[in-house]
Design a protein around this ligand. Structure first.
Ligand code: ZN
Ligand code: ZN
Length: 659
């Protein structure tokens, strides 16, 4: 307690109020202190709290938030007219319940206010808007101006714009913009930023750019909002140009572009910008590090990932849940499961995302039992699973072939854990059944889903049909998949693989022609490998690498050597019906992961594991080549494909040829 206060012999209520009023500029200590002082006022004096004391104390309870204390304050207010009808007091209660995420109580208090002012309306509209109930927020806005005839101000409009952005309703957004201009609502930077954000989120970059050009005042939020908008729509050149033009760049600007790249399939650009940031002596924060780690995970860029981890340690960054989750994810995806486990074990506190990331790590490596064991530990630790946890659990069952366990967890999701399976969970379950060869059961599951069956589920079934060579069901799955996603080239590729595997070369040719007619091209297979901190990417038949000649020479040597050990190229992995057997074999050699392996062998010293990330599922032929290389060249190979992890060592793979 403040000692100065104790020196005032008999403080009056005015003095008490000044002390109880929480200081918004320092949100940590003052709020509990306000509440303590409020209690002391009640216990040690004869003063009764007035219509200043209550709102101050309620505001402190909102900041914490302290639900019980706040509810007790509400009860006191209720029993002491005239405060129970004081608009100032009641507005603070509306805000209090919203900050405790109890929108229904918040609305009840709001409804009980006899003479609602603009602050009352703003409090309730903001509550619904921030609580994600945008339709109700917009309806309240309509009532405010049309029924109650209260004039909205800039605060109202910021919340309304945010609700509109959530709905993605561009027409209404444009109307709001003109409403703001027509009604002379103060033209503040915050309001303009909110309009800009609305245009970006509603997908109109033209409107956004127009407004941006008209804005006299701009801050870093203005710049980054527009920059992120362009990044999301794939116009990275414009984003980068905007980034370069920002007059005074703070770390938030860097983060916006790094995350923009990372979240829009440009992980390599994200890491390039991250290294620019290091060169510029700008200090990364938690957000930067999380985004950069995620880019490393996507690319399998272990060197950069380790550098970031060392940086975190050296600079004593607090390992919060986000960073911990990102580190576990990065190490798992870069082939360092043990390091992921070390990070996991080094932290005392774990939230559901940390646990789920570790479960996901085990899942990727086919260590289904470890994943399920961890799931039990997680529940013993009192952490409730969420949707992500179950996706990873089902994924673990799928990769490890644990059919019974998968079925059991899937059925318990809603019944025991209260989590309704979504399309992703159904997709995993279809995968579990399909991989195990229970194709009819998988089909039944898809056809009896409570929601419209998604393309991904049919895709999973099609994949299983390829593995189990079921042409008839495969054709059906492909048809359904294409009905939902006509431009899905992956569907054609899978069906074509299925035909090739079953020796139906006429059908392969027919399919290829169809693809050509429809203008569909196979997504190029791409493998990336990081050597001495530099990331190299290889496409099918890539000759762009400066050491291309040596790489192909090495590849030829590998193939010769492998053949002496009995390797026979698996030509069913080819799409096209090539007549010439020799050409067929050559085409197989060009697969990007083989190029990356050859490059790995010539550019790293003995015993250094080769780490490769591939954007698609690894083919059977490359899988057997990798196994043999791991034995004959005595090199461990870590290969992450789109679905799981393969750790090749001594001629075997961690997936036990089940992928
Ligand atoms: Zn291959
Ligand atoms: Zn494997």
């Amino acid at each position: 307690m403040p000692s100065l206060f104790d020196q005032i012999p008999q403080p009056n209520l005015y003095a008490w109020n000044i002390l109880i009023r929480p200081d918004a500029s320092s949100p940590f200590t003052p709020a509990p202190l306000s509440l303590a002082l409020f209690s002391r006022l009640l216990l040690t004096t004869t003063h009764l709290p007035d219509n200043f004391t209550f709102p101050f104390a309620i505001r402190a309870a909102s900041v914490l938030p302290a639900p019980r204390f706040g509810a007790a304050l509400h009860a006191m207010v209720f029993k002491s007219p005239p405060h129970s009808s004081d608009v100032f007091v009641l507005n603070s209660l509306v805000h209090f319940y919203a900050s405790c995420a109890d929108l229904n109580l918040s609305f009840r208090v709001f409804s009980s206010i006899p003479h609602k002012d603009v602050v009352s309306w703003n409090s309730i509209i903001t509550a619904f808007s921030q609580g994600g109930r945008c339709d109700e927020a917009l309806e309240l806005f309509r009532q405010m101006k049309d029924t109650a005839h209260v004039r909205p101000n800039d605060v109202t409009m910021v919340s309304v714009l945010s609700a509109c952005a959530m709905r993605g309703d561009l027409d209404f957004g444009r109307w709001l913009h003109s409403y703001i201009r027509a009604n002379d609502i103060s033209d503040s930077l915050i309001l303009n930023n909110a309009i800009l954000d609305m245009y970006v989120k509603c997908g109109s970059l033209q409107d956004a750019k127009l407004l941006f050009d008209q804005m006299v005042d701009r801050d870093s939020i203005t710049w980054t909002t527009l920059l992120v908008g362009y990044a999301k729509s794939g116009e990275f050149d414009v984003s980068r140009r905007l980034f370069n033009e920002i007059p005074s760049r703070d770390i938030a600007c860097w983060n916006a572009l790094i995350s923009g790249y990372e979240q829009n399939d440009r992980p390599k650009d994200a890491l390039a910008l991250f290294s620019e940031l290091k060169d510029a002596d700008e200090r990364p924060d938690q957000v930067t590090l999380v985004a950069a780690l995620s880019a490393c995970a996507q690319l399998g860029a272990i060197d950069t990932g380790c550098w970031i981890h060392a940086f975190i340690r050296k600079n004593n960054f607090h390992l919060n849940f986000h960073l911990t989750t990102s580190l576990i994810d990065m190490y798992s995806k870069c082939g360092e499961l043990e390091k992921a486990v070390q990070v996991f074990e080094s932290v005392d506190e774990r939230d559901v995302f940390v646990w789920s990331a570790m479960i996901g790590g085990f899942a990727m490596y086919g260590r289904g039992r470890d994943a399920l064991g961890l799931f039990l530990q997680m529940q013993q630790a009192g952490v409730k699973p969420n949707k992500v946890t179950f996706t990873n659990i089902l994924c673990a069952c799928s990769h490890a072939g644990l059919v019974e366990e998968g079925r059991s967890y899937f059925s318990k999701m809603l019944a025991v854990y209260g989590i309704a399976p979504d399309v992703e969970h159904y997709g995993c379950m279809v995968d579990i059944l399909g991989r195990a060869g229970l194709l009819d059961e998988a089909r039944d599951l898809i056809e009896n889903m409570p929601m419209p069956s998604p393309a991904s589920a049919w895709g999973a079934l099609l994949g299983s049909c390829v593995v189990h060579k079921d042409v008839q069901l495969g054709e059906l799955a492909c048809k359904r998949l294409l009905e939902l996603e006509p431009a899905n080239d992956g569907a054609y590729i899978l069906l074509s693989n299925l035909y090739a595997k079953s020796g139906k070369w006429d059908s392969v040719a027919r399919l290829r022609k169809l693809m050509k007619d429809r203008g569909l091209k196979k997504e190029p297979g791409c493998s990336s490998i990081q050597v001495h901190g530099v990331l190299y990417e290889f496409l099918v038949g890539d000759v762009s690498h400066p050491q291309s000649r040596q790489i192909y020479l090495k590849l030829e040597e590998i193939m010769k050597r492998l053949k002496t050990f009995g390797y026979v190229p698996n030509k069913t992995q080819l799409l096209q019906n090539i007549e010439d057997e020799h050409v067929k074999e050559q085409a197989l050699y060009l697969h990007s992961e083989k190029l990356a392996i050859a490059f790995g062998l010539i550019s790293t010293s003995d015993r250094v594991p080769i780490r490769i990330a591939k954007n698609m599922r690894i083919c059977e032929d490359c899988h057997s080549v990798a196994k043999l290389v791991s034995k004959i060249y005595n090199r461990e190979i870590f290969l992450r494909d789109r679905y799981r992890f393969h750790h090749f060592k001594g001629g075997r793979c961690s997936c036990v040829d089940y992928w």
